[in-house]
Design a protein around this ligand. Structure first.
Ligand SMILES: COc1cc2c(cc1NS(C)(=O)=O)=CC1=C(NCc3c(C)cccc3C)N=NC=21
Length: 270
């Protein structure tokens, strides 16, 4: 019996949590007591067999700051992807809903960034590239724990509007020059996206580059324009963000180095 295969009869599906372009996510109970979230993959959105192969690897990636994949129900269609349940939902929604209390709490915002950095440093150590790191793809649990989700799934999306950098759904505003020009993904392109995620956190969920169109962002990013310092953000924290936006991937810090720098800044400031 394959460890990553979950028997759908052991799942009890509860309320809908959200729906995206890949399908609906519902809260559930597994084996009567384990809180889970279940993503029911809309048919034709994903190369399912490749994903099921990948699920075996993903169930082995375990870290406190990664949303744990429990397994898949792959015997019927649509396939179900089952992960741990995160009771406060996406980080982006959380930031926007709690803006009032968060603006005065730089310590908490910095702690959220450090948690995500730890999860990403673990993926980096395992040579695992996320490809779509952003606040919308992080989830918040109890006691202000924040975890990285959806890591690596971008590879299995069939809709090339989403996967090709020219596509209308491609996350341009989180992409570095080498991805915009050559779709060259690496842990260093994840670092660029992490810098944008830090900016999202310290603006409590603003849209990067405001209402600039994707074509304008591509042009400006290639000319070296970077996001301005969020009002409530310490200069030392912004200096770390800026390092993530070096034009050349090799001059960007690794997540391992970023984590050291952020922890040092946190100790000095708080
Ligand atoms: C409480 O509210 C929520 C909770 C969750 C949630 C969304 C909300 N609501 S919302 C839309 O943000 O407002 C999505 C998940 C999730 N995993 C999702 C997941 C699965 C199942 C399979 C593959 C990849 C991923 C990321 N674990 N807990 C939650």
């Amino acid at each position: 019996h394959d460890k990553w295969e979950i028997d759908p009869q052991e799942l009890m599906l509860l309320e809908e949590l959200g729906s995206g372009q890949f399908g609906v996510v519902r809260r559930g109970k597994w084996r009567g007591s384990i809180d889970v979230a279940v993503k029911m993959m809309k048919e034709g959105t994903m190369s399912e067999d490749d994903f099921i192969e990948e699920a075996k690897v993903m169930t082995k990636l375990q870290h406190t700051n990664l949303v744990q994949l429990y397994g898949v129900c792959s015997k019927n269609r649509p396939i179900f992807i089952v992960t741990e349940y995160m009771r406060h939902g996406s980080l982006l929604n959380y930031l926007r809903r709690h803006e009032q209390s968060l603006t005065s709490n730089q310590g908490l915002l910095l702690d959220m960034c450090i948690q995500i950095c730890k999860g990403m440093a673990y993926l980096e150590r395992h040579n695992y590239i996320h490809r779509d790191l952003a606040a919308r793809n992080c989830l918040v649990g109890s006691e202000n724990i924040v975890k990285v989700a959806d890591f690596g799934l971008a590879r299995y999306v069939l809709d090339d509007q989403y996967t090709s950098s020219g596509g209308s759904k491609f996350p341009i505003k989180w992409a570095p020059p080498e991805v915009l020009n050559y779709t060259r993904f690496s842990s260093k392109s994840d670092v660029w996206a992490y810098g944008v995620l830090m900016w999202e956190v310290f603006t409590c969920g603003k849209m990067p580059y405001g209402r600039l169109k994707n074509t304008e962002v591509v042009e400006k990013v290639q000319k070296g324009l970077i996001l301005e310092k969020p009002k409530m953000c310490y200069k030392e924290v912004y200096d770390v963000m800026r390092k993530c936006w070096s034009q050349l991937p090799e001059t960007r810090p690794s997540f391992r180095v970023l984590k050291e720098q952020l922890v040092t800044v946190a100790q000095r400031l708080l």
